[in-house]
Design a protein around this ligand. Structure first.
Ligand SMILES: Cc1cc2nc3c(=O)[nH]c(=O)nc-3n(C[C@H](O)[C@H](O)[C@H](O)COP(=O)(O)OP(=O)(O)OC[C@H]3O[C@@H](n4cnc5c(N)ncnc54)[C@H](O)[C@@H]3O)c2cc1C
Length: 490
């Protein structure tokens, strides 16, 4: 009896069944569909997922496997080099097609191009699709045909495209209700055998905070739409509140796609005075911008986009101790420590606080932005090579649309402005919880009597500041001036 026409669907960071074009195409063209996840760590060097991301992946794969099973299918998990493993599966299942959704990190693009070419040479119908971006990185160009390096004109051009055909934000497709059965003889490893979970359990805070998987993503979206969205423009700047969507890890892992988010936010963005939805969509635009920047400027995860920053005089004295204090949330600067502890506990940090901690690291501590990016990479559940690179280069002043170098955040003023009541600091630095709001962002300025009264002993149960903010600001400005003069002379 001839084989039923069979397709492999290679799941990567598109861990959902709704609006998944690779899955939809395979179902439309073939009677049998084999959903596959492959682990090939050597192909992800040097950007293998960090500890928090691996935790997420374990749970997200588990959720995907359950969704597939509910519909009569099964997730096949395998390890080894992607091309060889796909070929082995193709041979054992008699597949004649292979579908996947595109990713845009340079090393992945290279790998996927190689795999696609090889499978096509083997005679397979091999096709990639777009699930993870509204505007694919090669589709938005300046009049001169160059990639944009500045966000505002980029986003204006994108918004124009939304009114053109084919509309990149076309209505998302529904999840299939039933799926074809995967033959019992197709072998699978267990998800647990991928070894993604930590061997020492440090992940309690992650489990408290998140529900990885498509259902968790849709629940987050619903909660955001019915709550914070309307007041997003102001709410997004207050880290003590749940004013943002917290969709970033779900978007990173493709448990929800940007088309779905855009459609759900929908027409509310055209309501008179509805600045929240408009602003929120613009933030999604930063995600798109980051994807296109990394696609076109491949070295930027390690190399400054602005070449003059290659010679920046980073600090050499006491650098290891300062980096450790920053990582551990023990700099003695409350808003920074609160952010770094939120990151460690939950795998996520509020955007405003990401900017503050990044400014302190690169400017006051004068430590390389790559060190910060690496730490974020290991600890964020939403660690994303494009957005992380863009965020860090922006903070350091070396990236596209970067914060000008002389704009050095004063973390005390930032705290007083965006955490007025001090509640964010109280939540994450409980040793400071009894300090009144007028002093909570700079406890070193408090009278010793007050500190004693509320049980704060600087240098004992909470660190004294590891640097003098005013002096290090002046030093950073001098370092920048030096850099500028050298560049002007050269
Ligand atoms: C130093 C630094 C590092 C960062 N690293 C990452 C990272 O590794 N992964 C990541 O997803 N984001 C990163 N960001 C961007 C931003 O902080 C997060 O996307 C945001 O905090 C996620 O929270 P949210 O989902 O509640 O955002 P919302 O405010 O609800 O925004 C909605 C979505 O828009 C996107 N978005 C919002 N702001 C940005 C931005 N500035 N750049 C790119 N996309 C954005 C995200 O996908 C987000 O989920 C970084 C920012 C900085 C300053």
């Amino acid at each position: 009896m001839p084989h039923p026409k069979t397709a492999i669907v290679w799941f990567r960071r598109d861990l959902r069944l709704t609006d998944n074009p690779a899955l939809a195409a395979a179902l439309a063209r073939c009677e049998r569909v084999i959903p596959v996840y492959l682990q090939a760590p050597e192909e992800e060097q040097p950007w293998q997922p960090g500890g928090a991301a691996r935790w997420w992946l374990h749970h997200s794969l588990t959720a995907l496997a359950a969704e597939l099973e509910q519909r009569g299918s099964r997730l096949i998990v395998a390890g080894g080099a992607s091309l060889q493993t796909l070929r082995r599966l193709i041979q054992s299942t008699g597949a004649t097609e292979c579908h996947w959704n595109r990713l845009y990190e340079p090393a992945t693009v290279e790998r996927d191009t190689r795999v696609k070419q090889a499978l096509r040479e083997d005679g397979l119908h091999c096709e990639s699709h777009n699930a993870s971006s509204l505007f694919e990185p090669w589709t938005v160009k300046t009049a001169a045909g160059e990639p944009y390096r500045v966000f505002s004109p980029y986003w204006r051009r994108c918004m124009q495209q939304l009114t053109e055909q084919p509309n990149p934000a076309a209505a998302p497709e529904l999840a299939p209700e039933v799926l074809p059965r995967v033959p019992a003889e197709v072998d699978s490893r267990t998800i647990a055998s991928l070894g993604l979970l930590p061997s020492i359990p440090w992940d309690g805070g992650l489990a408290e905070t998140w529900q990885p998987g498509e259902r968790g993503a849709l629940a987050r979206l619903d909660a955001f739409l019915s709550g914070p969205l309307a007041g997003y423009s102001e709410g997004r700047e207050r880290p003590a509140e749940h004013g943002t969507s917290m969709l970033s890890p779900h978007l990173h892992w493709g448990e929800i796609g940007p088309r779905q988010v855009l459609a759900a936010v929908g027409d509310s963005r055209f309501d008179a005075g509805a600045v929240g939805p408009e602003h929120f969509i613009r933030e999604l635009g930063w995600r798109e911008f980051s994807i296109q920047m990394l696609f076109h400027f491949r070295d930027t995860p390690l190399v400054p986009l602005d070449p003059k920053f290659a010679d920046f005089p980073w600090r050499t004295d006491n650098a290891d101790a300062l980096l450790l204090a920053w990582q551990r949330g023990r700099t003695g600067i409350p808003i920074v420590d609160a952010g770094m502890r939120q990151l460690w506990h939950t795998g996520w940090m509020h955007n405003r606080v990401r900017m503050i901690v990044a400014s302190l690291l690169t400017k006051n501590l004068r430590l390389p932005w790559q060190e910060g990016a690496r730490w974020f990479w290991d600890t964020l559940v939403d660690a994303d090579l494009a957005s992380n690179t863009q965020g860090w280069q922006w903070a350091a002043g070396s990236g596209a649309d970067a914060a000008p170098y002389f704009r050095i955040f004063n973390p005390v003023l930032q705290g007083e402005r965006f955490d007025k009541e001090g509640d964010y600091v109280r939540r994450w630095c409980p040793e400071l919880a009894k300090l009144p709001k007028k002093i909570i962002h700079q406890p070193w300025m408090a009278k010793s009597g007050l500190l004693e009264q509320v049980g704060v002993r600087l240098g004992r149960n909470y660190p004294a500041p590891v640097v003098d903010l005013r002096q290090t600001r002046a030093e950073a400005l001098a370092a920048f001036e030096q850099l500028k003069q050298r560049a002007d002379a050269g």
